[in-house]
Design a protein around this ligand. Structure first.
Ligand code: ATP
Length: 219
């Protein structure tokens, strides 16, 4: 779908997706519909191996995201961060995406509230809005509080009506999604203790987890 002047609207949702679950997918789908996005790209992050619960390879995480979004346009997968073998800074990902888009295309970076509160720790965070708008997804478990520098940024850049986002970049809006209090951590823990995660992940993802014996405690 093209918007004013043929500009396209591309949303991006980065995450470890370890594994992808209904919280990610419902959020992505609702944002895509709310904003009439041409594409909503899920971008799995390269991740340093430091977690304590069993987790899986980048290749498995990518395979599961692909299964989750197959036949679910405009959701799709963008594997660019996994094509490098070290973690990418979001600013680099945004710049590489921007290089492929027309100047007036809108790029919407979708982040959960918890991730948004950590924004000032991101590499070159003050430049992020030069490349995209930021859509903040409210999560039911949002316990974090925005630091002062973010409150200043919000005062300068947030728009009360998300539908009023204008131009290719530079603004922040908040959206509510159907609250789904599920996390990948919880899913890994359930699997590690031999419990079912049915209905927390798409059936195709569950089938992949089972077929590859992922997240099971090794014994
Ligand atoms: P983990 O439990 O391993 O930290 P996670 O479930 O939070 O993982 P991530 O892959 O880290 O998942 O999240 C990617 C993005 O999706 C983040 O912006 C995060 O805030 C958002 N997100 C994750 N779970 C939900 C949910 N249940 N509802 C809304 N947004 C979510």
């Amino acid at each position: 779908m093209n918007h004013a002047g043929g500009a396209r609207r591309i949303g991006i949702l980065g995450g470890t997706f370890d594994p992808v679950h209904i919280g990610h997918l419902r959020g992505a789908l609702e944002v895509a519909e709310m904003f009439g996005l041409d594409e909503l790209r899920l971008i799995p992050n390269a991740r340093p191996p430091h977690r304590d619960t069993p987790n899986c390879s980048a290749q498995d995480r990518l395979a599961m995201v692909r299964l989750a979004v197959q036949d679910l346009p405009p959701l799709c997968v963008d594997a660019r961060e996994l094509e490098r073998d070290k973690p990418s800074y979001t600013i680099d990902t945004l710049m590489s995406l921007r290089a492929e888009l027309a100047a007036d295309d809108q790029l919407l970076l979708v982040v959960g509230w918890d991730a948004f509160c950590g924004l000032p720790t991101w590499h070159r965070w003050e430049e992020l809005l030069d490349y995209c708008h930021i859509l903040v997804l409210q999560r039911p478990d949002a316990g974090s509080e925005a630091p002062q520098e973010l409150r200043d940024l919000l005062a300068a850049r947030s728009v009360p009506d998300p539908q009023a986002l204008s131009g290719g970049s530079g603004q922040i809006a908040f959206v509510w999604q159907t609250p789904l209090e599920v996390s990948a951590t919880q899913i890994r823990q359930l699997l590690a203790s031999g419990k079912s995660v049915r209905f927390l992940v798409p059936d195709a993802v569950l089938a992949y987890i089972n077929a590859h014996g992922l997240y099971r405690a090794s014994n």
